[in-house]
Design a protein around this ligand. Structure first.
Ligand SMILES: C[S@@+](CC[C@H](N)C(=O)[O-])C[C@H]1O[C@@H](n2cnc3c(N)ncnc32)[C@H](O)[C@@H]1O
Length: 311
C-alpha cells in the first residue's frame, strides 16, 4: 500500500461497505457446507480489525471448519496472540521480510523496525500455536543478502521460515523479473551455511516445498510461485472485506456476494452463486505468464492489489 496514496488523509472503506462479523459467519457456513474446511484470515492487516477474537470464536464454532490460520504483519501480535488462541485460532503466519532494521523499514515502507514483529513471534511460539510460520518475500538486491541471517535467527526456534518468490501481484509494487530470486538459489544459499534435505509435503497441494536442517534444528520452506507455478493444485477461494468472491490472486475483479446477502438471498441462492463461480473458474495466470513470457508480467492495469486480496 504505497504511503503516498494511503497516507493520513486517505479515506478507507466506510463501515457499511465492510462485511460484519455476522455476515462473514453466514457466508462461511455456506462455504463450509460446500466443502471448505480450512480458513485463513488475512488482509489488509487483520489485527487492526476491532474485536477480531470474536470473529475467530464465531468461525471456529462452525461445523466442518477444522483449521483457522491468520496472516499478519505481527505489529500488534504480542498483545493479541493469547486472545486469538483462546478464541480458537490454530495457526499463525507472520510476514517478516528481513530482521535487518533498515531493510525491514525499506520493505514495509514504515519508520518502525522489526522489534514489535519479533516480539510477537516470540510470544506466539511460546504460547503454543500448532504452527508459526514466517513469510519472507525475497527481492533481489533488496533483502537477498539477509536471508541466511533470517534463517539463522529462527533456526531451532520452532518457527518455520518460508521464502517466497516475489510475485507480480497487483499493479503497484513495480515488479520486474530481474528482482525474482528463484527458490533453488535460496536453497543453495542457505544450504551452504546449514546443510538441508528435501522432505515430503504435509498434504497434497501444499504451496511450500519443505526442506529440513540435517542437524535436526527444524525446517524451512520455499514458495516458487514464479519459477514453478502451482495453479493446477490451487483450491483457494478468497472473500474480500467488502464481500467479493475472488478465485485467483491475479484476478481483475470478483463476484459480489454482499449485495444478494443484504437483499435477503437464501442459503441456497448464495450457495448457487458460489458454486457457479467455483465450477466456472479457469484461472491459471501464473502458468500462462510463465509459459508465454518466461515469467514476464501480464497486463499491468487490471489486477486486484495484494492489500485487497490478502495473499
Ligand atoms: C498481503 S499480506 C496481508 C496480511 C498482512 N497484512 C501481512 O502483512 O502479513 C499477505 C502475504 O502476502 C505476501 N506478499 C505481499 N506481496 C507479495 C508479492 N509481491 N509476492 C509474494 N508475496 C507477497 C506478504 O509477505 C504476506 O506474507
Amino acid at each position: 500500500m504505497p504511503a503516498e496514496i494511503f497516507g493520513e488523509k486517505y479515506e478507507f472503506l466506510p463501515r457499511p461497505h465492510i462485511l460484519t462479523f455476522e455476515e462473514i459467519e453466514r457466508l462461511v457456513r455456506i462455504f463450509s457446507s460446500a466443502g471448505v474446511s480450512k480458513l485463513r484470515i488475512t488482509g489488509g492487516e487483520p489485527l487492526v480489525r476491532a474485536n477480531l477474537p470474536d470473529l475467530i470464536f464465531k468461525l471456529s464454532a462452525i461445523e466442518g471448519i477444522d483449521d483457522i490460520a491468520l496472516t499478519t504483519n505481527g505489529y500488534l501480535l504480542a498483545q493479541n496472540a493469547q486472545a486469538m488462541m483462546d478464541a480458537g485460532l490454530d495457526r499463525l503466519t507472520i510476514s517478516l521480510d528481513s530482521i535487518d532494521e533498515d531493510i525491514f523499514k525499506k520493505m514495509s515502507g514504515r519508520p518502525q523496525g522489526p522489534a514489535n514483529t519479533l516480539e510477537g513471534i516470540k510470544v506466539a511460539t511460546k504460547i503454543g500455536f500448532s504452527s508459526v510460520k514466517i513469510n519472507v518475500v525475497v527481492q533481489r538486491g533488496v533483502n537477498d543478502h539477509t536471508l541466511v541471517d533470517t534463517a539463522r535467527y529462527f533456526k531451532g526456534s520452532g518457527a518455520i521460515v518460508r521464502f517466497i518468490e516475489f510475485m507480480d501481484v497487483g499493479t503497484k509494487n513495480g515488479w520486474e523479473l530481474s528482482q525474482v530470486v528463484p527458490s533453488k538459489e535460496v536453497i543453495d544459499l542457505i544450504g551452504e551455511e546449514f546443510p538441508l534435505e528435501p522432505i515430503d509435503p504435509n498434504y497434497v497441494g501444499e504451496v511450500a516445498s519443505r526442506y529440513r536442517y540435517l542437524d535436526g534444528d527444524g525446517e524451512i520452506g520455499v514458495i516458487s510461485s514464479v519459477s514453478e507455478p502451482f495453479c493446477g493444485n490451487c483450491t483457494r477461494a478468497r472473500l474480500s472485506t467488502d464481500g467479493k468472491l475472488v478465485t485467483c490472486l491475479f484476478a481483475s475483479g470478483g463476484t459480489d456476494l454482499k449485495t444478494p446477502l443484504r437483499a435477503g438471498a437464501s442459503e441456497l441462492e448464495l450457495a448457487e452463486i458460489i458454486g457457479r463461480v467455483w465450477t466456472g473458474r479457469g484461472d491459471r495466470y501464473s502458468e500462462l505468464r510463465s509459459k508465454a513470457t518466461e515469467f514476464k508480467a501480464g497486463s499491468p492495469d487490471d489486477k486486484v492489489e495484494m492489500y485487497y486480496i490478502g495473499g
